[in-house]
Design a protein around this ligand. Structure first.
Ligand code: LLP
Length: 418
C-alpha cells in the first residue's frame, strides 16, 4: 500500500512504525515514504521512455525540500508558480535551467527574480503577461524561453474547483488568439518556442487529455505553417490517483495518448505531474480525542482538523481512514470523523464504515502526500503539523511542529494599543 503496510497488525511506513513516530513527534503528523515516491517517479518516467521527455515536478503538491530533493535526485526538474516555490526548488538543489514557471498572475518582482535566476521556461497565460515579460526581458537583454499556455476549452471531468481547461476558467490563452500573440512576441524580439496546456487535476478519465493534446498538435501544425518555431510542448500534470479501491487511470494508456497525439512532432515534451508522484506516498496520522455517540450520529473526534487537511471539506475529497493498530476483533461502526475546529465543515468523512475507535487510538488518513501539508493553515491557532520522511528503516523529521510561540511572534501590537 504505497510504502505503508501492516506488520504484525501495526501500520508501518516502510520499516518504521507509525506508533513509534507518533510517540516521537506527537500527533497529528504527516509521514511520507521515499520509496513510494521513487516508485511513482520511476513508473512515470518509464511510461514515457523513448519519448524526448522531461519531468518537472509540480512543487505545489508538496514543497517540502526533502521531497523536492528526493525527486531531484531522480532527475526531476521543477514546475513552480511563485517566487517562493522557485527559491524552494533552488534551495533543494534543482538547477535553474530545470525550472519552469507557470501561473496566471506572475508579478513584476517574480518575473524579474526568475529572469535573474535564469530559469528554463516561462509558461505565459495572457497577452498582458506576455507584453510585460517581453518588456522586462528586453530591458535586461534576456532571451527567456517562452511557451504560451493555451486554454483548449476542454472539460477535464474533475471537481469543479480543480478543472482549469474550460473557457470560463481563468487559465491560458484562447486558442483563437495564440497565433496573433506569437506574431506580436516575435516582432518584439522574443519569439515563443512552444505551447503549454494543463486542463485540471485528479483526472481519472483520460479522454479529455486526448482532446486537449490533439488541439495542441493541430495548433503546432498551424503555427509552424505560419513560420513559427515550435520546439517544446509542455503537457502539464493532472493524472489522477486512486483514493479508493476503485479503478484508476492507467499510466501506460496516458503515455499511449501522448505518443498518439504529439509523439511524432519532433518536439521536446515536458510534463508537470504533482499528485501522481507524491499523493499516495503520504499519510496523515492522528489520534482519537473523544468518541461521541449521538442521537443519530456517531462522532469520532480526532486531533487533526481541516487546517491540517482541507481536501475533504474543500473538494468533498475521499481519503481512506485506517487504524494504525489493527484489531481483528473490532466491530465495524458507521461514524462521522471530525476535527476539533469550530465549524461543521471540519469533517473528514461522513457515515464512514470503520473499525470501532476508542479514545487514544491512532488512525491514519491515506493518500495525503499531495495537497495536504502544503494547504495547511494555522486556523484556530493550531500550529502547522510536522512532516516525517521515511526511507527504509531511516526516518527524519523534515519539518518540525510549529510552536505556539512562533505563531504568536508573527503578530505585532501597535504602539497605540500599549
Ligand atoms: N501544472 C499546472 C500548471 C498546475 O496548475 C497543476 C496543478 C499541476 C501542474 C499539477 O497537477 P497534478 O499533477 O498535481 O494534478 N489542491 C487541489 C489540486 C490543485 C491542482 C492545481 N494545479 C487538490 O487538493 O486536489
Amino acid at each position: 500500500m504505497n510504502g505503508h503496510d501492516y506488520i504484525d497488525g501495526r501500520l508501518y511506513a516502510e520499516q518504521v512504525s507509525l506508533e513509534q513516530l507518533a510517540a516521537e513527534v506527537g500527533t497529528p503528523f504527516f509521514c511520507y515514504s521515499a520509496g513510494a515516491i521513487r516508485q511513482a517517479y520511476t513508473a512515470y518516467a518509464d511510461a514515457l521512455s523513448g519519448l524526448d521527455a522531461t519531468i518537472h515536478y509540480a512543487l505545489k503538491a508538496n514543497s517540502n525540500q526533502a521531497i523536492i530533493r528526493t525527486l531531484a535526485s531522480l532527475g526531476a526538474g521543477a514546475d513552480v508558480v511563485s517566487a517562493g516555490e522557485m527559491q524552494r526548488a533552488r534551495a533543494a538543489g534543482i538547477a535553474a535551467d530545470h525550472i519552469v514557471f507557470s501561473g496566471v498572475g506572475k508579478t513584476d518582482a517574480e518575473i524579474v527574480a526568475a529572469l535573474d535566476e535564469g530559469i528554463d521556461q516561462f509558461n505565459v497565460e495572457s497577452e498582458a503577461e506576455l507584453r510585460r515579460l517581453i518588456e522586462l526581458a528586453n530591458a535586461r537583454g534576456a532571451n527567456p524561453n517562452i511557451a504560451l499556455r493555451i486554454n483548449p476549452n476542454v472539460d477535464a471531468e474533475t471537481h469543479e474547483k480543480i478543472t482549469t481547461g474550460r473557457q470560463e476558467n481563468k487559465f491560458g490563452i484562447d486558442l483563437a488568439r495564440v497565433s496573433e500573440l506569437f506574431e506580436m512576441a516575435t516582432a518584439a524580439g522574443q519569439p515563443p518556442i512552444g505551447l503549454a496546456v494543463h486542463i485540471g487535476s485528479q483526472l481519472t478519465n483520460l479522454a479529455p487529455f486526448e482532446v486537449a493534446f490533439r488541439q495542441v498538435a493541430d495548433l503546432t501544425a498551424t503555427l509552424r505553417d505560419q513560420g513559427h518555431r515550435i520546439e517544446r510542448l509542455d503537457l502539464g500534470g493532472g493524472l489522477g490517483i486512486p483514493y479508493t479501491d476503485g479503478p484508476s487511470p492507467d499510466l501506460r494508456d496516458y503515455a499511449a495518448i501522448v505518443r498518439k497525439t504529439v509523439g511524432d512532432l519532433g518536439c521536446e515534451l515536458m510534463f508537470e505531474p504533482g499528485r501522481f508522484l507524491v499523493g499516495r506516498a503520504g499519510t496523515l496520522v492522528t489520534r482519537v480525542i473523544y468518541v461521541k455517540p449521538g442521537a443519530d450520529r456517531h462522532f469520532v473526534i480526532v486531533d487533526a482538523a481541516m487546517n491540517d487537511l482541507i481536501r475533504p471539506t474543500l473538494y468533498d475529497a475521499w481519503h481512506d481512514i485506517v487504524p494504525v493498530r489493527r484489531n481483528g476483533a473490532a466491530q465495524q461502526i458507521t461514524a462521522d470523523v471530525v476535527g476539533p475546529i469550530c465549524e461543521s465543515g471540519d469533517t473528514f468523512a461522513t457515515g464512514r464504515q470503520l473499525p470501532e475507535a476508542h479514545k487514544g487510538d491512532l488512525i491514519a488518513f491515506t493518500c495525503t502526500g499531495a495537497y495536504g501539508a502544503v494547504m495547511a493553515s494555522t486556523y484556530n491557532s493550531r500550529p502547522l503539523a510536522p512532516e516525517v520522511l521515511v526511507d527504509g528503516d531511516r526516518h527524519a523529521v523534515v519539518r518540525r511542529r510549529q510552536t505556539i510561540e512562533e505563531l504568536l511572534a508573527q503578530d505585532a501590537i501597535p504602539d497605540w494599543l500599549n
